[in-house]
Design a binder for this molecule. Sequence first.
Ligand code: C2E
Ligand code: CA
Ligand code: CA
Length: 404
Amino acid sequence: MKYQLHKESHIRRIKIGESIFDEGDQGDFAYIIEEGEVEIWTTVNDQRLVLNILGVGSMFGELALVDKQPRSASAIAKTDTILTLVTKEQVNRRVEEADPILRMLLLMVMRYFRSETNLFRGLKVNQSSNSFCLDKQKQTELSKGISGAVDLIRMESDLRTAMYQEQFKLFYQPIINLVTDKVEGFEALIRWQHPEKGLISPDLFIPLAESTSMIIPIGQWVILEGLRALQRIKEVSGQELYLSFNIASRQIEDSNFLKWLTVSVKKAHIHPHQIKLEILERTLFDNERTLSWVYNCHQRGFLVVLDDFGTGYSSLQYLNDCNLDTLKIDKSFVQKLDEKSNSKSIFQAILNLSKALGISVVAEGVETQKQLEILKEMNCSFGQGYFFAKPFPLNEAIAFLSSY
Ligand code: C2E
Ligand code: CA
Ligand code: CA
């Protein structure tokens, strides 16, 4: 037992000369000095080498918590000392929740810091020994870490530039009523028209935008552009079709989003029921706020679509709990319809259940006549996919509308 546990478990009182941790120990806590002094030391050539003496307000021991390596030095109380304990969970939760670029940089800097200390110590111990030196594997990891973080930073600033230089384009893919054969609405799908790399798929940049705050301005741009498209469609065709937007979980967490959307929709003279918001199954599960968010959407007159149904948890319970308006059955499922598999029976069961709950179903990724026939046979009401049309720019979407 290295220290006495105080009745307040986040505080430790340590007597002068007592060890707090030893080199090589696993790091369970970091410490903040509330009173007293702590000496950080190591052994070089069997001699005690003091690395630092820390006073009130200093934090120590945090390195081993974050990078999960054993302690690289020992700590001892130089006077009677009171420490506040910082737990692994307290630190790691924050590191995990941090912006991924920041997290990567932090780990990199820590690794670098350790390697430098070890290198310095290694050279002192024995010039010919490389036991403490930055070995090849560490060097590779470090440079991988650096280039990974640099790539992310570069891509993020590219996204920022794309935003200012108006390199984003919004494409529209029609959603067809399989009973009336009419276009009911469109899904808005973003593209990045990169000056050198050409048209970049959202699968390649949306995840990065989502992991940074860039998804907020990008998401707003998508909606404003989409609202203009709805106005244009009305002007040209006289129809008040709906537009379905993909919403990332960061947008759901953004408490201003629905207010902002309501104002923007009103300003554009669009009816809220022309706006559908597509969320993913995992967003429903990962975010406690989603249920009340869906409720708020309905209060404001927007409709909510559960996207990619069938790829995740596919719990039928939440279909009922969440009061969703539409279920979008994932393309991987639709594409198995014309194979000899159970997909058809499962699909039929989902259709029946949705019907009973008053939820409409869109089959996504319809690519063949055969798939369409099966969907019609099963009384699926809506379809979307290359068989009808690929996502295209607004002028082509309008042309499609008038020719369909
Ligand atoms: P998603 O929401 O599942 O969108 C449907 C994807 O399927 C689109 O890919 C669409 O082009 C593609 N698709 C449509 N019909 C077919 C078909 O018949 N066969 C096949 N194989 N694919 C078809 P896209 O446009 O590359 O978008 C990929 C994903 O990026 C979207 O998946 C969505 O999750 C995300 N995304 C797109 N735009 C936005 C946006 O504005 N905001 C957010 N947060 N995410 C977006
Ligand atoms: Ca979607
Ligand atoms: Ca989808």
